[in-house]
Design a protein around this ligand. Structure first.
Ligand code: ADP
Ligand code: MG
Length: 638
């Protein structure tokens, strides 16, 4: 016993503390939950018990005395229908006082935090379905309990502690006598609410365990009334070690749920054993829906690494970052059991596993894309934005990822198109794969930049994810064709015939228009680098494009927003030389200088607005607009 613990034991009065604010919020949600399936609490408590057993096994590799005589992990459920109460007990690692206060008084998981943030913006009702789909941990016990008691003794210590709470804002921690505590591990006693007393019936509990926790890798037994003998419900065998032929789809789903803490159906299951130079088994899942923290910069992969069935770590980064949504286990027969968690990253064995597992995931995605396009489209819809990160992060697999990538395009209406589809629809003389990037797919689809492409029947990829601006970089190509932003450089469309035939190209522009464009440049001065006639526009009067080299307009906005761009490149203002307004303004010749100057600025601001930006100077914008309106009412002008 440490000195600090001794002191507290002496005092023996119980220490009452408030929950951290986030916990209080979560508890409020649990206690007032109208969620009809409260039974999810059981799988959460069983998962914690199993985690505790696995952590003990790992620590005991370095410190065998922690295990002592009691080497077999187990989870025991005990019910007392009289009280009514349900007890979940494990012989795992246990908690000392400080660990208890920390673990059961705060929220550490980023997923839970993200979950709470989501709830704040949601109406009551919808949130409760979320509780069912995503594990929310220990506190779910309060959905069914009036009071929860946790009695724990950490492995290798001589003190036991009790934590108790009614979930109403505070908890109390006090020392307990060793004879009233498990010899090692944790006992969670739920004093059940009146309407939750069915959780003190053997039939209900057994059915739930089989349905929710049937593949937890620690055996689970039940004691049906005080004094009865334990009866085994599940054997704790590792599912991944069984032959595929003996595993039913429902077993996979159950296992996925118990390790992913996500309660949907997996969208893909990848189970294989690698033999030969490397022996390892892998069971991986692509989840059916997005975890809340998918884009949390701190989110790591969540693959559990085992060595000969002993859990080692879930931080071994078995899969690359752009596969961070994949959940599952890898069990190696070759790694030494006493490998340290820190060293593991550098092990050549891990490097080989990493490579093998990554290729298998990609191969399965390719197979689905080919054989089950519907299921693949759903996976892409959910995780495509993450997979695309691999196009710039993983040079070796870039081509595979580009071939897997799916896009909404100007030709797809709502379906997903592959680059292969795109390449098959190239127009004669088309030398690039055109895209438009931004953050709102609706606005992209109606952008004036697309008009000249529409007129020529050229397909344009619509790229709405922030990552898109990064992977479409110079050097990336598909089928020998580079990617080119429609908001960048000259459009080079003159060589591609228009489908609506006839109309002249930007090359032949009336002299009066040329003079007017020069006038606009003078009026706008340094705000634009150039004013030129456009091949891109057919209906709109103006649009802004980026110079030929450097970032395209969407990337520039992202970089500027992140403070990563010191001086933004000046845009080019492209003007439609056949637009009625442009022609009429040009026809004014040298008259009406002031009016033309207002018009030049308003056209520039219009182009900015169409890009989702603001006019450079709101005050002069509104003054100019007022003057032009006034004039159109016949009040001003010549
Ligand atoms: P999570 O399991 O995701 O960490 P929980 O809310 O389920 O979140 O549990 C919070 C923490 O409480 C755990 O991380 C663990 O440290 C501790 N804990 C809960 N149950 C047990 C147990 N049976 N044995 C040891 N520690 C436990
Ligand atoms: Mg948990």
């Amino acid at each position: 016993m440490t000195m600090a613990e001794e002191k507290r034991t002496e005092g023996s009065s119980s220490d009452v503390q408030p929950f951290q604010a986030d916990v209080a919020k979560l508890l409020h949600l649990m206690v007032h939950s109208v969620y009809s399936d409260k039974s999810v609490f059981l799988r959460e408590l069983i998962a914690n018990a199993a985690d505790a057993c696995e952590r003990l096994r790992y620590e005991a590799i370095a410190e065998p005395r922690l295990l002592g005589e009691d080497v077999k992990p187990r989870i025991m459920l005990a019910i007392d229908a009289q009280k009514p109460s349900l007890t979940i007990e494990d012989n795992g690692i246990g908690m000392n006082r400080d660990e208890m206060v920390e673990a059961l008084g705060t929220i550490a998981r980023s997923g839970t935090k993200a979950f709470l943030d989501r709830i704040e913006v949601k109406q009551n009702g919808e949130e409760t379905a979320l509780i069912g789909r995503f594990g929310v941990g220990f506190y779910s016990a309060f959905m069914v309990s009036e009071r929860v008691e946790v009695i724990s003794r950490r492995a290798g210590t001589d003190a036991a502690w009790q934590w108790t709470s009614d979930g109403m804002g505070t908890f109390a921690v006090s020392p307990v006598a060793l004879k009233g505590a498990p010899a090692r591990g944790t006992r969670v006693v739920l004093h059940l609410m009146e309407d939750a007393k069915s959780y003190a019936e053997r039939f209900t509990v057994e059915r739930l365990v089989k349905a929710q926790s049937g593949h937890v890798p620690v055996p689970i037994a039940i004691v049906e009334k005080p004094g009865a003998d334990p009866a085994e419900i599940t054997d704790g065998a590792a599912l991944w070690a069984k032959p595929k032929a003996e595993i039913a789809a429902a077993d996979y789903t159950d296992f996925y749920r118990s390790i992913a803490g996500q309660f949907d159906e997996p969208a893909a299951t990848i189970h294989f054993r690698a033999e030969g130079r490397q022996d390892y088994t892998t069971l991986l899942f692509v989840p059916g829906s997005r975890p809340f923290d998918l884009f949390d910069p701190d989110r790591k992969g969540r693959i559990k690494l085992y060595v000969k069935r002993v859990f080692i770590t879930d931080e071994a980064e078995i899969l690359p970052r752009y596969m961070r949504f994949v959940r599952g286990v890898v069990d190696s027969s070759d790694l030494p059991l006493n490998v340290s968690r820190e060293k593991i990253q550098e092990s050549p064995l891990i490097a080989a596993i990493r490579k093998g597992a990554t290729s298998r995931v990609l191969a399965e995605l390719e197979r689905l894309a080919d054989k089950e396009p519907q299921s693949f489209a759903k996976i892409w819809e959910t995780f495509g934005a993450v997979l695309k990160e691999g196009i710039y992060e993983d040079f070796e697999r870039r081509d595979v990822l580009l071939a897997l990538a799916r896009f909404k395009t100007t030709a797809s209406s709502d379906a997903w198109r592959s680059l292969k589809d795109y390449a098959a629809a190239l127009k004669p003389n088309q030398t690039a794969i055109y895209y438009i990037a931004g953050d709102d797919i609706e606005r992209l689809a109606t952008s004036p930049h697309l008009e000249g492409f529409h007129a020529r029947g050229i397909e344009v990829l619509l790229l709405p994810d922030p990552v898109d601006s990064f992977w479409v970089m110079p050097g990336v190509s598909f089928d020998g064709k580079p990617f080119k932003s429609v908001t960048q450089g000259a459009a080079d469309l003159a060589l591609i015939p228009r489908v609506d035939a006839g109309k002249a190209s930007a090359a032949d522009v009336e002299d009066s228009v040329k003079k007017f464009l020069a006038f606009i440049k003078t009026a706008l001065g340094e705000a634009v680098s150039e004013v030129r006639p456009s091949d891109r526009l057919t209906d709109s009067a103006v649009c802004l494009v980026a110079p030929e080299s450097g970032p395209d307009r969407a990337l520039e906005r992202i970089l500027a927003g992140a403070g990563r761009l010191s001086s933004a490149a000046k845009p080019v203002l492209e003007v439609n030389p056949r637009h009625d307004i442009v022609l009429a303004l040009a026809a004014l010749g040298d008259t009406e200088q002031a009016f033309k100057e207002d018009a030049a600025h308003l056209l520039f601001d219009e182009a900015k607005l169409l890009d989702g930006e603001r006019p450079a100077d709101a005050r002069s914008f509104s003054d100019r607009l007022a003057r032009v309106l006034w004039r159109s009412l016949g009040k001003g002008g010549a």
